[in-house]
Ligand binder design. Structure first.
Ligand SMILES: *[C@@H]1O[C@H](CO)[C@@H](O)[C@H](O)[C@H]1NC(C)=O
Ligand SMILES: [Ca+2]
Length: 352
């Protein structure tokens, strides 16, 4: 009885098997499609996710409704800066102008990315234009001054799009030149040297009178600052500067400023878009996290211009080197003397 039941079961299973198999295949296919589409969805979600990290309150983008006038606006204008439907013109292509746009909202994010869409253009021939524009994240805001229309001895980050070579010895680099400086309140930007003594990094970039849209990216994440440019219409970021161990306090303000002197250009900001970056700090990082009050770079020495000291060896070093050389020679001499006298004695003994 039991045997018949089991054999029945086996045959019925055998009968079902092909059916089950084909169903299974359909099911598998269905599953694959479902999983695949799920993945597509999640990819799309991720995309939305990054969009969620777009921070409107720190960003400047079209339409610039109420900018600089409305109490609801998060930005202030100063100097010659003016708003048009397409851009914020910091300076027109006229001599001796200064203009800026400053965020009213102190930045409280630790890791972020700022994408700047800008346009620098004018009538002047190459290198007969100036002076460029600067992107800021500083403690102070709304000040006039000698650094692309902002105060000198600023505290915070400055990224300069320098379009005029002031220094005589600038043959080794072509302008426009993008450079990065971290001010601590006492460091001076030297305009006549194009800021070289305080430069932390930079690159040449054809940002003026370009037929392409020109972009600058400033990324700050886990104390690392990266600057990238996209200026030749390829839609790709090119690395420009990369500085590790850079400490920036929070609570600073974003801004953009520009100045013209004897030479001029239109300096336009089209947008400044801020994205929050998320980083799970490692426990080590969390432990060593200390409050930063003054901007600084951990390994500052690497950026300092080295001043050659005569011969490379200090007097004390030279003295000790000589002393040890003489001592060493002396010891060698004594050893040689002993060996020689022993050899002589042996020779004498053999003669006897
Ligand atoms: C700013 O940095 C310079 C150069 O590293 C240093 O000599 C100066 O003491 C610093 N100033 C402050 C206020 O930290
Ligand atoms: Ca310059």
């Amino acid at each position: 009885m039991a045997a018949t039941v089991s054999s029945f079961k086996v045959t019925s299973l055998r009968c079902l098997c092909p059916v089950f198999h084909s169903k299974n295949w359909f099911f598998l296919l269905y599953l694959l499609v479902a999983v695949f589409s799920c993945q597509c969805f999640s990819a799309a979600d991720e995309h939305d996710f990054t969009d969620d990290f777009f921070k409107k309150e720190y960003s400047l983008a079209k339409p610039y409704s109420g900018l600089g006038f409305s109490s609801f606006s998060q930005w202030d204008l100063m100097g010659t800066a003016m708003v048009t439907p397409d851009h914020i013109r910091l300076t027109p292509d006229l001599q001796s102008r200064q203009g800026a746009v400053w965020s009213r909202v102190p930045l409280i994010l630790k890791d972020w990315e700022l994408k700047v869409h800008f346009k620098i253009h004018g009538q002047g021939k190459k290198n007969l234009n100036g002076d460029g524009l600067a992107i800021w994240l500083t403690k102070d805001r709304m000040n006039n001054g000698a650094v692309f229309g902002n105060m000198n001895q600023f505290t915070g980050l400055g990224v300069f799009l320098d379009t005029y070579p002031n220094a005589e010895k600038s043959h080794d680099r072509s302008f426009p030149y993008v450079s990065v400086m971290l001010g601590n309140g006492s460091l001076l930007y030297d305009h006549d040297q194009d800021g070289r003594p305080t430069e932390l990094g930079g690159c040449s970039a054809a940002v003026r009178n370009s037929v392409h849209d020109t972009f600058l990216l400033v990324r700050y994440s886990t104390n690392r600052l990266s600057v990238m440019v996209d200026v030749d219409g390829k839609g790709e970021w090119r690395a420009c500067a990369d500085i590790t161990g850079l400490r920036l306090p929070i609570g600073y303000y974003f801004g953009a400023s520009s100045a013209t002197g004897e030479l001029s250009d239109n300096h336009d900001i089209i947008s400044m878009k801020l994205y929050q970056l998320t980083n799970e700090p490692t426990s080590e990082e969390a432990e060593e996290e200390e409050e930063v009050t003054i901007p600084r770079v951990d390994n500052m020495e690497q950026f300092q211009v080295k001043v050659e000291e005569g011969g490379g060896m200090s007097g004390l070093q030279l003295f000790f080197t000589l002393l040890f050389s003489i001592l060493g020679l002396g010891v060698l001499g004594v050893v040689a003397l002993i060996v020689y006298s022993r050899w002589k004695e042996n020779k004498r003994k053999r003669f006897y």
